[in-house]
Design a protein around this ligand. Sequence first.
Ligand code: NOJ
Length: 487
Amino acid sequence: MPDEVSRRQFAKLAGLSAAGMASPASSVEAKPAAAPRDSGGFPQNFVWGTATSSYQVEGAVNEDGRGASIWDKFVRIPGKIEDGTTGDHANEHYHRYKEDIALVRELGCKAYRFSVAWPRVFPDGDGKPNPKGLDFYNRLVDELLKNGIEPWLTLYHWDLPQSLQDRFGGWRSTETCKIFGDYAAYVAEHLTDRVKNVFTLNESGRFVYFGYGIGIDAPGLTLPQAEVNQIRHNSALAHGLAVQALRAHGRRGTRVGPAENIDACIPAIDTPENVRAAEIALRELNAGYLNVIMTGRYTDAFLKYAGADAPKYTEADLKIISSPVDFVGLNIYSPQHYIVASDQGAGFMPLPIPKSFPHMNSDWLRVGPETIYWVPKLAAKIWKTNAIYISENGASGDDQVTQDGKIYDTDRIMYLRNYLAQLQRATTEGVPVRGYFLWSLMDNFEWVYGLNKRFGLYHVNFDTQVRTPKLSASFYRNVIAKNAAGA
Ligand code: NOJ
C-alpha cells in the first residue's frame, strides 16, 4: 500500500531529521484518510470541534470600548502569573480571527467553541451596552458560518467585569447573578439567530475555589469555606438564570447547558462494587454544582459534610438552578479520584494518587484515558441525560520547534489517541456523548502559567504571531476525516 510505504519512508526520514540531516515535512502533512463507509468509529453527526476563550486569545483589551475584567487587574499583581505575561495581546485574535477560523477549517472541524468577553459587551457589567463589543462577535459568528463551522458560544469564561467586582464583590453577591442573567438575555437576543448552542459558565469548579478560596485565579481572594460555598451556590444560580434568559430571549431551538470541570471519579478496578462506588462518588463530589443543577437539590451527604458552612438558599433558588438544560458539557482532562467501594461513610473511598503517576507538561494533568470513558458513562446514568458534549479535552506539551521549523508533539498525540480511543469505547457502548471540543485550537494565555504552557494544535510564536500546525493538527484532522479514534 502506498500509504504504508510513505509511513516507512517517514520513519526513516524522521530518524535522519533528528540528526539534523533531512526534513520529513511532506509526509507528515499527508492528506487525511477518507472516512470508510462503515468506519465502526464515532456515531454519524458526531460534532468535532476545538475551543478557545476570550481572555486567553483575544488581546485588544483596551480597544473599541471594552471595559476592564478581573483578569486585567489580577495579571498586574506581581508574582501572580508565572512568566510575568498578561492577556493584553495574547494571540491578537481580536484582529486575526479570520486567519484563526481558517485554521479551524483546515482541521475539518464542524464546530468551534469560543467565549464572549462580558466586559466587551457591557463594559461595566450592566447598564449601557457597547455595540462595538457585540459587533466583534457578530463578525466572528458570521465568519464561522461562512466557513461552514457551527459557533458554540460560552457566556462566561472567567473574565468578569471589574466593575461588578468593585461594586458587589463579584460572585459573592446575587446582584452579579441577576446582572449575568440580563447579559445572557442580551446575548441571546442578538446572537441566537445564528448561534444555536450556548454554554453558560465555564468551570465553576475552578473559578470559585481558585478565585475566591485559594487566591490563585482572579480576583485572588482567600475567603473562608462558608463564603466559598455560598459563591459556588451563586454560580449555580447564575447558571440557572442564564438558562432561563436563553429560553425567554433566545430564538426557538436554542440549546443551552453548563461546561463544567466535573470532579472526575473512576473505579480503580472495574468491579460492580467499585463502579457503584464511583457513581456515588461522582454524584457526591459534584454535589455543590452539577448535581444540584441536574437534580434541584443538595444531597444529604453534602449538607452534612458542609455543616455550618453550607450555603444559604431558598426553594426558589433551587428551582432556578435546576432549570432544565439541553445538554451537559464536561471538561475532562485528568483522573481526579480512583475510587473503591467502602462500607464507611457514603460508600466510597478515593485512593491516594502515587507521586509517580504520569502527567503531561502540567503537574496537574495526569494521563488517565479511561477518565473520558467512565465519567460520561456514569454521568449519563446519574443524571439521565441523553446529550453530553466533551466541552474540553487536551494536553500541554513541551513543544519545541525543531530545526526544520516543525513541532513533533508526539506526546500530545499519544494523549489524544488514548483519550479518543476511550471516548469511542463509550460511544460504541451507547453512552450519549454527541461531540468533542479539543482544547485548544492554538497555544494561548494559560492563566497563572502565562504563555508558558502550550495546549494548542497550532503553535503560536507570541513575538511574531505566526501560527504553525503541530503534528497533532495532522493527527486531529485525520481523526475527524475518519470519524474514528484509530488514526
Ligand atoms: C480549562 C479551562 O477552561 C481553560 O481555560 C484552560 O486553558 C484549560 N483548562 C487548560 O488548563
